[in-house]
Design a protein around this ligand. Structure first.
Ligand code: ASP
Length: 325
């Protein structure tokens, strides 16, 4: 929208990180530069202004938590309601970007573009990827095509949807995407090209929009491994109101795990530790009290379950929610 501002919200991450010299690619301090300085390092942004900026936090994104996500969602909701704002860009660490993106996808009520970006190399590195990612995130936020697409992640020239996106590599700059479903679009020469739109409910259609500070129920994740001590399941469940199991393969649970979980009465989601493909329900799920995660990874299933369990839910309601978002 012409004449409106882009709100830049800084949260930290490698994009705001500094290391000891240009060759320090993996040893650096994330979250040491403010969002205004990041913007100043990209003169080409000027063409896409006006801007306003806010520093929400300046942390390594491994420090993100439901408490911080809740506050960030309230801030984004407040900013998005302003008539003078035409889009929002959030700079964020890459380690939990997919979790924050999906949380915002479900809790922010807006059709305006909300675009997240970050970088794999710190600001001080040779061939730092932060400046171009920031520029392309702004270009997407200025695109009419980015309206009502939910929360987007723009990294390395690609546009991904918050629900599907995952970090797929520890250090590669081409790390974000979905191994199976591809990218939603790309950015080239300042223009955003979209090829798919999200078909699960999000943002302005979501029933989980946050309007006030709330305390989220604890939802734990247990990823299975061969020969696991099943007591771990009881330990995590005793501190949780919901549980996500990252099972083997298609969410397979060995007998000992099954027997232990049968006695745990809180809502349980059967997901997969693979991080690719879907977990669909089988004939024993209803009997044993499992919801299936569909294509959500354990970390994303945990976010959806956490939002859903803000109130008591029947199994049928949880099933509906996992089929809808
Ligand atoms: N540890 C960093 C973070 O998530 C990694 C990054 O931003 O690339 O904050």
């Amino acid at each position: 929208m012409k004449g409106t501002k882009i709100m830049m919200i800084g949260t930290g991450g490698t994009i705001a990180g500094t290391g000891n010299g240009a060759s320090a690619l993996t040893e650096y301090r994330a979250g040491s530069i403010g969002v205004d300085d990041l913007m100043q390092a990209v003169p080409a942004l000027e063409e896409y202004g006006p801007f306003e900026s806010m520093q929400f936090s300046n942390i390594d994104s491994s420090e993100m938590s439901p408490y911080r996500w809740g506050h960030l969602a309230l801030l984004v909701n407040e900013v998005a309601e302003r008539d003078d704002i035409g889009g929002i860009v959030i700079t964020h660490g890459t380690d939990t970007m997919e979790e924050t993106a999906y949380f915002l996808q479900l809790t922010v009520n807006t059709k305006k573009p909300v675009v997240m970006t970050g970088s794999m190399r710190p600001a001080t590195a040779l061939s730092a990827d932060g400046p171009v990612n920031l520029l392309q995130a702004v270009q997407v936020a200025r695109s009419e095509n980015a309206w009502n697409q939910g929360v987007l992640v723009v990294m390395n020239g690609y546009i991904d949807s918050a629900r599907e996106v995952a970090k797929l590599h520890t250090t590669d700059v081409a790390t974000f995407g979905n191994a199976q479903l591809g990218h939603m679009g790309c950015v080239q020469n300042g223009q955003a090209y979209f090829y798919y739109t999200p078909c699960r409910k999000h943002t302005s259609d979501s029933e989980f929009v946050l309007r006030e500070e709330v305390e989220f129920p604890a939802v734990g994740i247990v990823n299975l491994y061969g020969g696991m001590d099943t007591e771990i399941l009881n330990m995590v469940a005793s501190r949780s109101q919901g549980l996500v199991i990252g099972g083997f393969g298609h969410g397979t649970l060995p007998q000992g795990v099954r027997d232990t979980l049968k006695k745990i009465a809180i809502p349980k989601v059967r997901s997969s530790r693979i991080g690719n493909g879907i977990v669909s329900s089988n004939s024993s799920d209803v009997k044993e009290g499992f919801i299936v995660s569909d294509s959500l990874s354990p970390v994303k299933a945990r976010i959806l379950l956490m939002l859903a369990l803000q109130q008591e839910r029947s199994r049928e309601e949880l099933e509906r929610i996992f089929a809808t978002y």
